[in-house]
Write a protein that binds this ligand. Structure first.
Ligand SMILES: [Zn+2]
Length: 402
């Protein structure tokens, strides 16, 4: 199948106008013609390097008051109206076995939050689950990783010690943990402790890094490790941010991610917009890299992710609303997604393109976004109906269509 579009963003420094690309789809319709996408731009599909899929209740469990570190928030949140409202459906007993019915239903919401913002690969920061968990979802909930919650709280939610988890990764998969999510001496010491305990390597992915000093950022650049930036979450909880400009200047592998909606923004589209507006000196190209190639590098994903130069099985095709393709991505909304492909399979898109694929239509549902009829894989309403059956009211999640 050959796709034509006004622009194709193969990578941050390879954008071709009036171009085409070939996808090796196994689900082409036999009568398939080449597709010409009018007023459209083709991108590599997006990657969200930090989410807690089970934690996407809404609105965020935040207040006007900021916290000096997130560990205080983790406790304070338990009395917040949002957390208490979620308790009516599911009480978090700290066991984090996400394959149970109530838990996995919440995780499905998190997966849809990602799908509706063009994401085909997401890192679910939680203790490692059974393989069946990662195989349940229609997009890549990345299975190969090891993790620790954070050094001060250790693996309170399950998993081995930080050292054992780091060892298990053998440098071949990402080792992920929250680092420096605050402004007090406790969080300021975390990076030193990370080094002292031998946990800093190229495959270390440090989430947040708000209090990292310039010298520490230089050390991270030197090692080639990743910092995952979640500006909406940081603004909401701490009111302070990673020194992003210094990270970019030093060439740190920075990614941009949502975190869960208990602290973060609505989805990755919203996160990109927020980062651009709050940090105007961070360029749209930088932001594009953070959600594509930098993210693929951080999560050690195979070649098909993060750029279209080696493979075209992970595609995001958007309306061309803004001439600059990178600005166009940052200001996109769900309604602008013409087509999202994962592993060459249609995940989401305008209904007009649906007949082009010989997939089982039973596995999809339709919805309206703006004035356009769209299809999406699976049935997100089934999951919200299940949740609503435990509540005395109809719960709305702003990252899902009506
Ligand atoms: Zn987090």
């Amino acid at each position: 199948m050959k796709l034509y579009a006004d622009k194709i963003v193969f990578s941050s420094n390879n954008v071709k106008e009036k171009s085409s690309l070939v996808i090796e789809s196994k689900v082409d319709s036999p009568q398939l013609q080449d597709i010409i996408f009018e007023k459209a731009i083709i991108y590599p599909a997006l990657i969200n390097t930090h989410d807690h899929l089970v934690g996407n209740w809404y609105p965020p469990a935040i207040t006007e008051d900021k916290f000096v570190n997130s560990h205080i928030w983790v406790e304070a949140m338990k009395n917040h109206p949002t957390y208490l409202a979620r308790n009516e459906y599911w009480k978090n007993d700290g066991s984090f076995i996400l394959t149970k019915q109530k838990e996995i239903t919440l995780c499905w919401l998190g997966v849809y939050k990602n799908i509706f913002s063009g994401v085909v690969a997401v890192q679910d920061h939680a203790p490692k689950q059974k393989p069946a968990y990662y195989q349940t979802f229609p997009v890549n909930v990345v299975e190969d990783f090891t993790q620790c919650h954070s050094l001060p709280l250790d693996n309170w939610w399950g998993g081995k010690s930080a050292e054992e988890e780091f060892e298990d990764a053998m440098g071949k998969m990402p080792f992920i943990l929250h680092v420096g999510e605050g402004v007090d001496p406790l969080t300021a010491h975390e990076f030193t402790e990370l080094k002292e305990r031998g946990l800093l390597a190229k495959n270390t992915v440090m989430i947040h890094g708000i209090c990292l000093s310039e010298k520490e950022i230089e050390e991270i650049a030197e090692v080639g490790a990743t910092i995952c930036w979640c500006p909406t979450s940081n603004e909401n909880l701490i009111g302070k941010h990673l020194n992003i400009e210094y990270c970019l200047k030093q060439g740190v592998n920075v990614t941009l991610a949502t975190d869960s909606t208990l602290s973060g923004g609505i989805n990755l589209f919203a996160e990109m917009r927020f980062s651009k507006e709050r940090f105007p000196r961070v360029t749209s190209v930088d932001i594009f890299k953070m959600v594509t190639c930098n993210a693929a590098q951080a999560l050690m994903l195979p070649n098909q992710y993060g750029s279209l130069e080696k493979s075209t099985s992970e595609l995001l095709i958007l309306d061309e609303v803004i001439d600059n393709p990178f600005d166009n991505l940052i200001y996109a909304q769900t309604a602008n997604i013409k087509l999202l492909l994962h592993d060459n399979k249609p995940i989401l898109g305008d209904i007009d393109y649906f007949p082009l694929f010989s997939v089982d239509k039973q596995n999809y549902t339709t919805f309206k976004s703006g004035n356009r009829e769209k299809f999406v894989i699976g049935d997100f309403r089934k999951h919200t109906d299940y949740i609503n059956s435990f509540l005395t009211y109809h719960k709305k999640f702003p990252y899902l269509p009506e």
